[in-house]
Design a protein around this ligand. Sequence first.
Ligand code: FAD
Length: 356
Amino acid sequence: MIGGGIGGLAAAAELVRHGLACRVLESQDRVGGRLLSHASAAGRFDLGATWYWPGETRVAALVENLQVATHLQHRSGDAMYHAAGGGRRMEGNPIDVASGRFSYGASSLAEGLANRLGGDVSLGTRVHRIEQSGTDFTVSHSAGTVSAPHVILALPPSLAVQTIEFKPAMPDDVRALAAATPVWMGTVAKAVIVYAAAFWRHQGLAGAAISHIGPLRELHDMSGPDGVPAALFGFAPLAPGEPTPSERDIVDQLVDIFGPDAATPLEVVVKDWRHDINTVPPLPVTGLPMETYGHPRFQQPFADGRIHWASTETALSAPGHIEGALAAAERAVRAITIQAASSSAATAQFHRGDTR
Ligand SMILES: Cc1cc2nc3c(=O)[nH]c(=O)nc-3n(C[C@H](O)[C@H](O)[C@H](O)COP(=O)(O)OP(=O)(O)OC[C@H]3O[C@@H](n4cnc5c(N)ncnc54)[C@H](O)[C@@H]3O)c2cc1C
């Protein structure tokens, strides 16, 4: 397994459940990838994924399985509209939709799976080469090599083709597709602004805002259950080369929208995903999500049916979401277990001398 994000970990846990041995090779010193919960004195706040939505049955099942605490996204109160001249109160909140939140951060999903996998997860292990030799692959990484009959690529496809050498090379059509597949949320900075109290709620505000002037274009309440700990978060979509919004600019914007109470946060944390080398490839990616995500070619393993895709971008269902990563993991594991079952049936036939 290349990658210990939620897709890789879910696939590994499922393989182990089927009695198959598996190693997760993760380049960072933590699991979770785009699930990234920042720990501050007040609590844990998500700098990557935040929500899951009604109908995302795989996420709901994982929450249940791991007994992860959740609460509903705060939506009550009025939203704000922000343009030159300041914030304008809207009637009601057309910005937030019904969704669930992970009370101790989305990373709890990845950490829960990694705890179950124990020594099957190798952190600080960056894969740089995958070579096919006979029926096995030799995977070279920063700490040595490992051999396996199947490889799951649980990292964004464009990152895989730009940073990992494949021998023999990937089929041309697969390589072109992967190279053109953008990383979901790879051009966004996310900011979390922690406060001593959810002051906006006391003013009958939801904490949600849309801004035409930024730097944050969309804002939401990120507080815990009942508003504790208190926080807001926002997204800044960024063009290549555009500077990361500064803490000062973000706080000034919040004062412009919500008034002077916003001037004294306990903490401002900004994560610019464009610069995360474990998520976004070094060279630009030119394709569009609608052309590439969940593409039929991603549904088929390559290299004699033994290299499989399992990142969210490759999913048929909810590509981009945590749900998509879980769906992609499910598909990869299904392909491997079917092959494992048919090869053990063939072995059993061979031992019985039944070679019809
Ligand atoms: C700002 C932001 C907000 C989001 N909001 C939401 C949300 O609210 N709800 C939602 O459902 N989804 C959201 N998402 C998307 C969600 O986070 C992803 O769909 C999901 O986490 C992807 O999981 P993955 O396993 O496919 O990939 P990743 O999480 O990217 O995992 C890939 C892993 O591979 C590792 N890796 C990379 N290269 C190598 C290598 N060479 N060798 C070994 N390991 C390697 C990485 O370190 C990483 O751990 C958001 C994402 C971002 C960035």
